[in-house]
Structures are given as C-alpha cells and as structure tokens.
Ligand binder design. Structure first.
Ligand code: AR6
Length: 198
C-alpha cells in the first residue's frame, strides 16, 4: 500500500488487490471522477425505482443532465415500480458526466433488510460483473448504503473491500470516492487490513 498526495491535491491510497487489479481510496465528489472517459464508470447508490433521489443519486442525476433520467426510465421494470432490485445492477451512459457510464445499484436499507451484509455484497459484486460485461476497466464506488440507507461505516467497509478484493478480476482499477473525512478514514483503515492479507 502507498498513500501520497498524487492525482492533484487529493490524498489517494493505493493497494494491490491482485497482479492485475488495484484499489484506490480517495476523498472527493464522485460526479467529478473519471479516468479516461471511455472505459470508466461511476456507481450510483440508487433505489429500486431507479429514477433519481437524494444523496449521491441526486447529485449524479443533476450532473448527468435529464437524459440520464430518460435512460433510466427505459430500463424495463422487473415488477411494478422496480427497475433494479436490491443487490442487482444496471448500466446507462453517463451523458454529461466525465465518466462514460453509470452503473446503478441498490444497497440494503440497514434497519429493514434481514440480510444486509449479503445484499450489500451483492450490490458490489453485481456492479463489478456489469462493469466487466461492458469492458469497463476503471470503476468508482461511493460508500453504498452509508447515507440515507443507514449502514454503519465500519461494517460497510468490511463488506465493501472484501467483496471487491474477491471479485475485482479483469478490472484494472477499482476506486472509492468518499465524500466525508469520517468515511474516508474508516475505509483507509479497512483497506490497509485487507491489503496486508495479500
Ligand atoms: N460523491 C461521493 N459520495 C457522495 C456524494 C458525492 N457527490 N454525495 C453523497 N455521497 P446515499 P444510500 C455519499 O444517501 O445510503 C438516495 O435518495 C454519502 O455521504 O447517497 O445508498 C437514493 O435515491 C454517503 O456516504 O446512498 C436512495 O433512495 C454515500 O454517498 C438512497 O438515497 C451513500 O449515501 C440510497 O441510500
């Protein structure tokens, strides 16, 4: 692992997850993130309806412009009002975002989901699978379920980083772009532990 002030002024921690994949943890706004604008995607912590909302979802829709909502609307419903069930993932273009794609996923509502760790792990795993199926090399995640959906940061970081370590194959770089100091610090601590097990 190394942490430096690279990539502009941002502190970025780098970890090797496998011979072909690395993990980067940084603070920032996911709506500004891009690596090459061709084979990159940001992950949107959406809800099952997939037509926008608050938190990162709202920020992503505002930055992408109204075409994103139209593209989401066109995603077929699997049952009335549900385009993306909890733990699954769907992909759309990024429109006005710097990243070329948005992968929409739905994390668990912590107090409601009786198997929140499995649902959260599925959200990360299926987002990585959709990325791979679309030849995406660079993926950026926020802390799924850690806002409106109320997942405790420490428990979420364990699930997030261990799932990514297990399922990152064929993806060059997985990034976490984290909005607040407290979440960033929890992720850094957890990243160090997972990386040290390599
Ligand atoms: N960049 C990076 N992270 C962000 C940004 C941003 N621009 N904005 C917020 N975050 P949340 P959830 C962080 O609530 O808990 C929505 O209404 C935020 O600080 O966005 O999965 C959806 O429509 C937190 O750490 O997602 C759903 O209904 C993390 O992103 C519901 O909220 C996730 O917080 C999903 O809730």
């Amino acid at each position: 692992m190394s942490a430096d002030g690279g990539e502009g002024e941002k502190l970025v921690a780098h970890y090797n997850l496998s011979p072909t994949s690395s993990l980067k943890i940084q603070k920032g706004d996911i709506t500004c993130w891009s690596v090459d604008g061709l084979s990159d995607a940001i992950v949107n912590p959406a809800n099952e309806r997939m037509l926008g909302g608050g938190g990162a979802d709202g920020a992503i829709h505002r930055a992408a412009g109204p075409e994103l909502r139209t593209a989401c609307y066109d995603v077929p419903e699997v049952r009335p009002g549900v385009r993306c069930p909890t733990g699954e993932a769907r992909i759309t273009p990024g429109f006005k975002l710097p990243a070329s794609h948005v992968i929409h996923t739905v994390g668990p509502i912590y107090d409601v989901d009786s198997n929140a760790p499995a649902s959260l792990s599925n959200a990360y795993r299926n987002s990585l699978r959709v990325a791979r199926e679309n030849n995406i090399q660079f993926v950026a995640f926020p802390a799924i379920s850690c806002g409106v959906f109320g997942y405790p940061y420490d428990e979420a970081a364990t699930v997030a980083i261990s799932t990514i370590k297990e399922h990152c194959n064929d993806i060059k770089e997985v990034h976490f772009v984290l909005f607040s100091d407290d979440i960033f610090n929890v992720w850094l601590k957890k990243g160090g532990r997972v990386a040290s097990k390599l």
